[in-house]
Design a protein. Structure first.
Length: 87
C-alpha cells in the first residue's frame, strides 16, 4: 500500500466515523422532538377535553369566571410559543 493509499484509507475511516456520529445525533434529536410532539399532543387533547367540559357546563347554565378562562388561554399560547421558539 502506498503512502497516498494509506492516507486516503485513514481519511475515509475518519469521515465514516464522523458520519456515523452525526447520524446518531440526528436520530437522537428526531426522537427527542417526537417525544415533545407527543407530549404537546397530550396537552392539547387534555385542554380540548377541559374546554369541552367547560362549554357543556356553560350550556347547562353555570358560569365560569372570565379571568380564569383568559388566563388558561394565554398560558397555552405562551407554552406553544415557547416550544416553537426552542426549535
Amino acid at each position: 500500500m502506498t503512502e497516498l493509499e494509506r492516507q486516503l484509507t485513514e481519511a475515509l475511516k475518519r469521515l465514516s466515523a464522523q458520519y456515523e456520529r452525526e447520524q446518531r445525533q440526528h436520530s437522537e434529536q428526531v426522537e427527542a422532538l417526537r417525544q415533545r410532539v407527543e407530549a404537546l399532543q397530550g396537552r392539547v387533547e387534555r385542554q380540548s377535553a377541559e374546554n369541552e367540559a367547560l362549554r357543556q357546563r356553560d350550556r347547562a347554565g353555570a358560569k365560569r369566571p372570565r379571568s380564569a378562562s383568559r388566563h388558561r388561554g394565554r398560558r397555552l399560547v405562551v407554552l406553544l410559543d415557547a416550544c416553537a421558539f426552542r426549535n
